[in-house]
Design a protein around this ligand. Structure first.
Ligand SMILES: [Zn+2]
Length: 311
């Protein structure tokens, strides 16, 4: 995918917000080259436009939230990460997303519904070359120590890979794969990552609901885990669905860079907040990155010189 892409035609989805529990409608529309991904709150008397970029991220406590210019107040859009992950996974550079409330619908809790929606709309190649953000030197962010240590880092790579390790100290989660590495060059995002659902613990639900969060959460849109086991009747979609969902989230969190990344991401117990800090740390120093294009498929990194296969 050396050229920028948008969708061929307009497409719609209706669902509820994971945290708000409110019904919301999304309309995805084609956008010209160099637009990026742009949300528009069309429910407001004067629609508010929020272009996605690292500085627009204003809150990362439960989900990735954006506001115009990253302001602490004012109109916002919550829980953008799964839709952003699908856009990155399919190589969509330019898209208008009209939304009728402040939270992106959770749909099935993974990125698979968004992938299906975008593929149904069809991908349209555009005349402008795709611009990549290439990592030039290692950048790392850390938080906590001992049992609360978390870190995330980027290193240079001629391609894009993500390695994630989880450590929840929970019997049902610990019984699954704790480490996974995904390489975008494999073209297997849709098959290996997109279907991994968000997950939550029953012990947290009461606390979250008392704070007005997780109001839309159910076993239809999340893997629900009690103190010992997964409660969903059908079990897991992947043996290692938890760590794969963390990679799905990281793909979305990092795509708020506004450009696809060339680099090797690795992380231990990271989340939306640390992923955003890593991105800001990269962008804070121009020695960390460069913007590149490829006009010859032969010189492009593996997996980026041709359309990503559809599984
Ligand atoms: Zn998620």
């Amino acid at each position: 995918m050396l050229f920028q892409h948008t969708v061929k035609s307009l497409t719609r989805a209706v669902g509820v917000g994971l945290h708000s529990g409110l019904r919301v409608e999304l309309t995805l529309r084609p956008a010209p080259p160099h637009t990026g991904i742009v949300f528009r709150r069309v429910d407001l008397p004067v629609p508010v436009v929020i272009p996605v970029n690292a500085a627009a991220v204003s809150d990362t406590r439960m989900a990735t939230t954006i506001t115009p210019g990253g302001r602490a107040d004012g109109p916002r859009v919550l829980t953008i990460e799964h839709l952003m992950s699908a856009c990155c996974g399919l190589g969509i550079d330019n898209l208008y997303i009209d939304i009728t409330d402040e939270e992106v619908p959770i749909l099935d809790g993974s990125a698979a519904s968004f992938v299906y929606l975008l593929q149904s709309a069809g991908l349209q190649s555009q005349s402008a070359l795709r611009r990549f953000l290439r990592i030039r030197q290692p950048v790392e962010v850390r938080e906590g120590e001992g049992r609360s240590l978390k870190w995330a880092r980027f290193e240079p790579k001629n391609g894009y890979s993500l390695r994630f390790e989880i450590d929840f100290g929970h019997p049902a989660v610990d019984a699954t794969g704790q480490v996974y590495e995904f390489d975008f060059g494999s073209g297997r995002y849709t098959r290996d990552i997109a279907r991994a659902r968000t997950f939550g613990f029953t012990k947290d639900v009461e606390m979250l609901r008392s704070r007005g969060l997780a109001l839309g959460a159910s076993m239809n849109n999340a893997v629900v885990v009690d103190d010992y086991r997964v409660l969903n009747a059908d079990g897991l979609r992947y043996d290692d669905e938890f760590v794969k969902h963390k990679i799905l989230d990281a793909v979305g969190d990092l795509y708020v860079a506004g450009l696809p990344i060339l680099g090797a991401y690795s992380a231990f117990r990271s989340g939306h907040g640390l992923n955003n800090q890593l991105l800001r740390a990269v962008l804070a120093d121009e020695a960390n990155f460069e913007i590149v294009t490829f006009d010859n498929p032969q010189t492009a990194p593996v997996g980026f010189g041709a359309p990503v296969p559809v599984w």
